[in-house]
Design a protein around this ligand. Structure first.
Ligand SMILES: Cc1cc2nc3c(=O)[nH]c(=O)nc-3n(C[C@H](O)[C@H](O)[C@H](O)COP(=O)(O)O)c2cc1C
Length: 262
């Protein structure tokens, strides 16, 4: 290939993965490539671990605090500085989990949740790394929306490891809780094939905004985290990184009264 042609390809980014991804996962009227859905192989929507250390029943979510949606939208900010010494009530964690992925309705065999999901396939799994929550040991937990409980997976404070994995963003060190969202790709790929990857990240955005608003309502502060070493976070969570992989994170804590935090 001539140098000019090569340069123009680099400049337009035509051969780059992002551009190809957009192009090759596009819907267009003449190229929908419809395929019959195999209802016998639909992946399950509820992950559970074989032998968690314990199952923690979650208390009734708190639904107190600021309830005016317009004020919450006005006040929401990414808050990165936390009062490290305080802990968060378990009922507040319960509220955050409910706000992000709680079940709210049932039609036939499908449960619907607080956040929308493409095709009602719910590919996103929620993990929380707990540093300071009343009544919980420090460690890693997996949330189960169907039974509204937590599977206790790993003991010990993971905030240093997660900070390192999140490109040394030290907001995680003082945060009382770190949310880590993964995706089980097959749940969405079953229907949407390669376009599934678009929808999975869109689903995660809805979930994170619910977290921001619920945290704000409870007087807590949240910050989305998209910058992390994927393999490192997957290693901490023991995820294979292909069939299930981290897609997004967020820190949550009591916001410090500092100038940068408003
Ligand atoms: C997809 C995404 C990834 C983000 N990743 C990070 C991150 O890694 N670290 C961080 O401090 N903030 C992160 N943020 C927060 C943004 O920096 C923040 O939303 C932006 O500066 C606007 O500020 P606001 O949220 O207070 O309105 C992320 C936000 C989004 C939506």
């Amino acid at each position: 290939m001539g140098k000019d042609k090569l340069n123009s390809r680099i400049n337009t980014g035509e051969s780059e993965i992002g551009t190809r991804f957009q192009r090759e996962t596009k819907y267009s009227p003449d190229k929908m490539g419809g395929h019959a859905l195999d209802w016998n192989s639909i992946p399950g929507q509820y992950k559970q671990y074989e032998s968690p250390i314990a199952i923690i029943q979650l208390p009734e979510p708190l639904r107190k605090g600021e309830t005016n949606l317009w004020n919450l939208l006005l006040e929401r900010r990414s808050r990165r500085e936390y009062n490290a010494g305080r802990s968060v009530p378990l009922a507040a964690l319960s509220s955050l989990l409910w706000a992000t992925q709680g079940l709210t309705a049932r039609y036939g065999d499908t449960f619907f949740r607080t956040a929308p999901s493409a095709g009602g396939l719910f590919p996103v799994e929620t993990y929380v790394s707990v540093r300071a929550v009343d009544g919980l040991h420090q460690g890693l937990y997996h949330f189960r929306p169907l039974t509204f409980d937590l599977e206790f997976l790993q003991t010990g404070d993971l905030s240093k490891d997660l900070t390192e994995a999140a490109l040394r963003q030290d907001l995680i060190l003082d945060a009382q809780i770190t949310f880590i969202w993964s995706a089980i790709i097959a749940r969405s790929r079953w229907k949407y094939r390669q376009r599934a990857y678009r929808y999975i990240y869109l689903d995660a955005g809805h979930i994170a905004q619910n977290l921001y608003l619920a945290a704000e309502s409870l007087g807590l502060g949240a910050c989305a985290i998209g910058a992390f070493y994927d393999d490192e976070v997957n290693r901490i969570l023991s995820l294979d990184g292909t069939e299930e992989t981290v897609i997004y994170m967020a820190s949550v804590g009591w916001p410090a009264e500092t100038k940068n935090n408003r």
